[in-house]
Design a protein around this ligand. Structure first.
Ligand code: UT7
Length: 319
């Protein structure tokens, strides 16, 4: 049986940076409110005409370079996104074409902010079963397009971006253990109900969130799945070098770390500069920690994410 290791990472943020002060000119909000409740100071917004696949391709090229392989070596592309370029085809197929390769398998995974966890676990299954040797896993989102820019409760929270990893079969241990969960009974607390039907968008095309219900659910579920994945792997919090959580909100991250008995010094944070980029946030944070030298080869990493569905997951791995 093969192991699954991270061979390379990459990320991309659109050029347009929107600060809290910029936002306070659009809606009735303030830098103070946003910073205190979320830890967010700024987020990046895709340019008009810049598609989710464009962000994904930028991140993918950097990850491929980092892995020192060419796009032709990839035999599966998985894109985690809830903001695809189109209803269909899959954004993964569009990415494949933009990378100039054809023929390999390509599909999207839709698990909102847990999408990257679902995509990594799927890639791991392909590699372990021998069905794929090198998998390009991308979390890419343009959530700015789901936001009602008149709704201060939601438009301040999200941003656009993409993060990519190349996962490959290896004799050395990489992914140690993983766990995915979902509970559709909570689908009503975080959703974008609109769908294309009969030539129009049926129901609201904007993101809706019951912030307090999401907050409570997220803290409990993340603390439990983080503890469970470590326990089942025969590890303790002391074995973890770095936590790379979904970057929704500083307070959720802090509270989860506390429940797990992990100091904030071991947590990679990008939420201040990126906001919540949904499926892109974990690979963006992972790449940030690797690029600035904090995450080193051989380190034990705990990745965890949660989002609409509700869907959540955690992965513990050796980098
Ligand atoms: O991937 C999962 C994604 N989601 C999350 O992680 C979000 C989880 N939830 C949260 O982080 C918090 O619930 C929020 C940050 C979204 C909101 O914080 P809260 O402490 O739950 O605020 P609230 O919704 O209870 O609103 C408190 C007040 C309200 O005013 P009134 O009715 O008390 O006068 C809101 O209208 O804050 C007001 N408010 C704002 N004020 C300034 C809501 N949004 C804003 C804003 N600026 N942007």
């Amino acid at each position: 049986m093969h192991h699954t290791r991270i061979l390379g990472t990459g990320s991309y943020l659109p050029a347009n940076r929107l600060t809290n002060d910029d936002l306070s000119k659009i809606v009735d909000t303030s830098d103070e409110w946003i910073t205190e409740r979320t830890g967010i100071k700024a987020r990046h917004i895709a340019a008009s005409g810049e598609q989710t696949s464009d962000l994904a391709v930028q991140a993918a090229r950097i990850a491929l370079d980092d892995a020192k392989i060419s796009a032709e070596d990839i035999d599966l592309i998985i894109v985690a996104t809830s903001t695809p370029d189109m209803t269909f085809p899959a954004t993964a197929c569009i990415v494949q074409n933009k990378l100039g390769i054809g023929g390999c398998a390509a599909f999207d995974v839709q698990a909102v902010c847990a999408g990257f966890m679902y995509a990594v676990v799927t890639a791991n299954a392909y590699i372990k079963s021998g069905m794929a040797k090198k998998v390009l896993v991308i979390g890419a989102e343009t959530f700015s397009r789901l936001l009602d820019w008149n709704d201060r409760r939601t438009c301040v929270l999200f941003g656009d971006g993409a993060g990519a990893v190349v996962l490959g079969a290896s004799d050395e241990v990489g992914i140690i253990h993983a766990k995915l969960k979902a509970d559709g009974a909570y689908s009503h607390i975080l959703k974008t109900p609109g769908k294309v039907a009969s030539g129009a968008v049926d129901a609201s095309p904007y993101l809706y969130m019951d912030g307090q219900a999401v907050y409570k659910f997220a803290v409990k579920a993340l603390a439990k799945i983080g503890a469970d994945v470590l326990l089942e792997a025969g590890l303790t919090a002391a074995d973890v070098d770095w936590v790379i959580p979904h970057q929704a909100n500083y307070r959720i991250i802090e509270s989860t770390a506390k429940h797990l008995g992990l100091p904030m010094e071991k947590v990679i944070l990008t939420v201040q500069e990126q906001g919540n980029t949904s499926a892109a946030s974990i690979p963006l944070a992972l790449d940030a920690g690797i690029r600035d030298g904090r995450i080193q080869r051989g380190n034990t990493l705990l990745l965890e994410g949660i989002g609409g569905g509700f869907a959540w997951g955690a992965v513990v791995l050796k980098y």
